[in-house]
Ligand binder design. Structure first.
Ligand code: FES
Length: 335
């Protein structure tokens, strides 16, 4: 149920520019590749430890032989953004050809694009493409402050009054329910941003009874309700206790300890890495968009690639996957 390992290309960082104080754009030369549609991303290898050290970044622009990605410097980086921000022009970077897990559907009567923070990266090319094709659209773009709007001037000239910039430092927020209520029948929403925002949009969307297929999203699973902290995973079935460091995911810690796990997206979207919770003495910080709000509230399962425990430990049973309809593959099968 996982993708084959990508073929890694020895690419080169051609140039770098800072878009905001915390978002840096990289132009990467990698030779010939098929034109990536809006919503595409590339995987990059960020260290010497093989396939466990890879990150996905949206393609924000491309030509025939190079493409651009934009990377936010994360204070709690597990290594990805810190590594990317350490690179200089001329550096080599193993990169896989673009893939698209967040495709744009054409011919929809109206589109609402929602981006927050570095979530602008997959949404940017959708805005360009929809504007180019003359589609009916509105875009809501939220950032922490005025300096953190990447690509704002391009978007303003492209979309005019169809673009709404929301500056959180001024108390401006996305009026989720109102925006959804305004949408004509058949509209589609494409969004990317922090998990909390996407969970709120999903809840509001569900409440209106609109088709789940018309709400599309992509997440990088990097933000939660609590700051990442160290916690312990207890596995009675294996008589193991495994420590998860603050800069490590639970999936990485379990894999490193030799626990059989499977995974695919590593962004909290596919649910393949989910594990059963037997009990916890801390708060489960659900950072996925795979489970519903009701399932998060029940705290019976968690996506180990993104979700964490705050202030304690969790007891899990990795062998119980009977209701997920698949058989575990060998340790740490990943895309
Ligand atoms: S690997 Fe997809 S949700 Fe964790």
């Amino acid at each position: 149920m996982s993708r084959p390992d990508p073929i890694w290309i020895d690419a080169e960082i051609a140039s770098i520019r800072d878009l905001t104080p915390t978002i840096r754009e990289f132009t990467i030369t990698l030779g010939q590749f098929a034109a990536p549609p809006p919503g595409s991303h590339i995987k990059v290898r960020i260290g010497p430890n093989g396939l466990d050290d890879q990150r996905s970044y949206s393609v924000v622009d491309h030509d025939d032989s190079s493409l651009r990605i934009a990377v936010k410097r994360q204070p709690e980086s597990r290594g990805g953004s810190a590594h990317m921000w350490s690179l200089q022009p001329g550096a080599r970077l193993p990169v896989a050809h673009p893939e698209c897990d967040f495709p744009l559907t054409y011919g929809t009567p109206h589109y609402l694009l929602i981006a927050a923070g570095v979530g602008i990266t997959p949404i940017l090319r959708m805005a360009r493409e929809l504007a180019r094709t003359g589609a009916s659209l509105k875009m809501l773009y939220a950032a922490r402050n005025a300096q953190e709007f990447a690509y704002a001037s391009e978007l303003e000239s492209l979309l005019g009054d169809r673009l709404i910039l929301l500056d959180s430092s001024l108390g401006q927020t996305i009026a989720i329910e109102e925006e959804i209520a305004l949408l004509p029948a058949g509209s589609e929403v494409y969004m990317c941003g922090p998990i909390g925002l996407m969970q709120s949009v999903s809840l509001a969307w569900e409440a209106t009874g609109r088709s789940p297929a018309q709400l599309r999203f992509e997440t990088f699973g990097s933000s939660g309700r609590f700051a990442a902290s160290r916690f312990t995973v207890k596995i009675p079935r294996l008589s193991r206790e495994i420590e998860v460091a603050e800069n490590q995911t639970m999936l990485e810690a379990l894999c490193s300890a030799g626990v059989d796990m499977i995974s695919e997206c590593r962004r909290g979207e596919c649910g393949l890495c989910a594990i059963d919770i037997l009990e916890t003495d801390g708060e489960v910080d659900h950072r996925d968009v795979f489970f519903s709000a009701r399932e998060h509230g029940a705290n019976r399962k968690m996506c180990t690639c993104v979700s964490r425990i705050s202030g304690g430990s969790v007891t899990v049973d990795p062998a119980w996957r009977g209701d997920q309809g698949f058989t575990p593959e060998p340790a740490c099968t990943a895309s």
